[in-house]
Design a protein around this ligand. Structure first.
Ligand code: SAM
Length: 256
């Protein structure tokens, strides 16, 4: 499947009731913003330490979805640009930012069709978190964009689901048994992640996403092969299956 078709399918899935999903999941923007304002660092807890002082930094938050990370970053003083394919996400994120009293720039686009123009090479950081890489059938164009956006010494901060969990789903009831094929390159249908806030009847006509999961080796290679210097690869325990990795944080610096 081409990237254009992959993105078309996923754009359709993510445009279906996303605004309503976040209202149900996180509450109306006013309520959700008040919670983020209380403790923005908490929203960024998995990778915030790698950003250092956020005040005054320019951050591209690619596939930034509902805008919770972007708003937390903006509350801590960053100038944030979100790029995401879903207008429903944009609506929630924009109202969230307004309610939190901060400004974010939110661009609705397939990220690979977005051109940063004169802002190429101006970002201190590119942040991507949780549920990103499987929206790409080839990681090279995404990492090329990351490299293109960053200034010299700027950093990619990627916090993502660990391939052990996405590719070898632990079998329920037996924490030791993993299923699936770690090396599979298959593209599979997957429900849009927010189906859980709707009833079974409500989601019966929801379009599915299409996903392609990547091995850890493929992810690290895609970053390093763009000339980004990998500084950190932190594997973090799964929240329930603590003997398995749940997510990883990869930090890479643009050195030239
Ligand atoms: C699971 S969310 C990412 C999580 C989010 N960053 C967070 O902070 O929790 C995935 C996002 O990717 C977006 N998306 C999927 N394919 C895309 C593409 N090709 N270009 C831009 N956004 C895309 C979806 O609209 C969705 O908001």
């Amino acid at each position: 499947m081409s990237q254009a078709e992959h993105s078309r399918v996923n754009g359709q899935a993510w445009s279906h009731h996303a605004y309503e999903a976040w209202n149900r999941g996180y509450g109306p923007p006013q309520q959700a913003a008040a919670k983020i304002r209380e403790n923005p660092e908490q929203v960024l807890r998995h990778f915030g330490k790698y950003l250092g002082s956020i005040q005054g930094k320019t951050v591209a938050n690619l596939l930034g979805s509902h805008g919770r990370r972007a708003v937390a970053l903006a509350l801590l003083g960053a100038k944030v640009t979100v790029v995401d394919i879903s207008a429903g996400n944009q609506r929630y994120a924009t109202e969230l930012a307004q309610a939190a009293g901060v400004q974010i720039e939110y661009i609705v686009s397939d990220v690979l069709n977005w051109s940063p123009g004169e802002r190429a090479g101006s970002f201190d950081a590119v942040v991507m978190e949780l549920g990103i890489l499987h929206y790409f059938v080839d990681l090279a164009p995404l990492m090329q964009l990351v490299n293109h956006l960053l200034k010299s010494e700027g950093r990619l901060i990627l916090h993502e689901f660990h391939p052990i969990i996405t590719k070898c789903v632990p079998r329920e009831g037996n924490q030791a048994a993993l299923t699936g094929d770690y090396f599979s390159a298959e593209i599979i249908d997957h429900p849009v992640p927010y189906v859980g806030v709707f009833s079974k009847d409500e989601v019966s006509d929801f379009p599915s996403c299409r996903v392609r999961y990547w091995t850890l080796g493929e992810v690290v290679t895609s970053v390093a092969s763009q000339g980004l210097f990998v500084e950190v690869l932190e594997e973090r325990p799964h929240e329930e299956l603590t003997h398995l990795p749940g997510t990883f944080v990869l930090v890479a610096k643009k050195t030239r």
